[in-house]
Design a binder for this molecule. Structure first.
Ligand code: URA
Length: 238
């Protein structure tokens, strides 16, 4: 890949040396990973609801997300749902954890400081959030106080993300952070073990990497995140 001056500057800002490597992906046995403990699915959608969500088109899906109250507590406290943003035919899908306060206020994922870093990481790849990628979260509603999503909340919201994936048909999914990676892969493995190999979700290659908010606290790991993004890029169909 040839890098523009801007991309080189962003990479330098991120503390990432510019090198060219193609990392051969190793497919891990996701099915063998330890599943998360089963919890009561008090808030989960019924099988009928799941089946009907799987048939929705983009507009109907967005409308259903807007009025969904399956995650009762979050729905009560949210300002609005955060559906996702970007190109509905994108090759790349980035999946975070859940909206934060700023995202809840603006109705768009990753618009706070972590979002600025994500935008820089995208720019380093030559990508733009409005054109080349779709960005979504495991949860469409903000957990109060930015607490971790509960398993039943993630389950209640899962059909929406699954339908987005069906509609987008991305070539690669990048799971941002432990919660997204563990949630999508139904794994209890730490992020450090989920990184570094290619997984599959709904038949789509999935690469796990650090959450941008973590990278703001631990900038020393940006170079590792860049390696993950290179691995994700290698998953794209030529
Ligand atoms: N963190 C996330 O995981 N998602 C957002 O949309 C914002 C911050």
């Amino acid at each position: 890949m040839s890098l523009s001056v801007r991309q080189r500057r962003i990479l330098a800002d991120m503390g990432i040396p510019v090198w060219r490597s193609r990392i051969a992906p190793a497919v891990s046995d996701v099915a063998a990973a330890a599943p998360l403990a089963e919890h009561e699915a008090a808030a989960s959608a019924t099988d009928d609801t799941r089946a009907s969500i799987a048939l929705l088109d983009w507009d109907a899906l967005q409308a259903q997300v807007r009025t969904c109250t399956a995650c009762t507590e979050l729905a009560r406290e949210r300002t609005q749902t955060v559906f996702g943003v970007g190109d509905r035919g994108a090759r790349w899908l980035f999946v975070g954890e859940a909206p934060g306060a700023e995202e809840d206020r603006r109705g768009e994922p990753f618009v706070g400081r972590a979002g600025q870093l994500l935008d820089n990481m995208l720019a380093a790849l030559g990508l733009d959030r409005t054109r080349d990628v779709f960005i979504a979260n495991v949860l469409k509603c903000r957990p109060p106080g930015n607490r971790d999503p509960k398993p039943e909340e993630a389950r209640a919201c899962r059909s929406f993300l699954d339908r987005q994936i069906d509609l987008i048909q991305p070539e690669v999914i990048v799971a941002l952070g432990r919660i997204a990676a563990q949630g999508l892969l139904e794994s209890g493995e730490p992020l450090g073990r989920l990184r570094g190999s290619e997984h599959r979700y709904q038949g789509v290659p999935l690469i796990a990497t650090y959450h941008p908010a973590y990278l703001l606290r631990k900038p020393g790991d940006k170079a590792r995140a860049w390696q993950d993004l290179q691995r994700a890029r290698a998953c794209l169909r030529t």
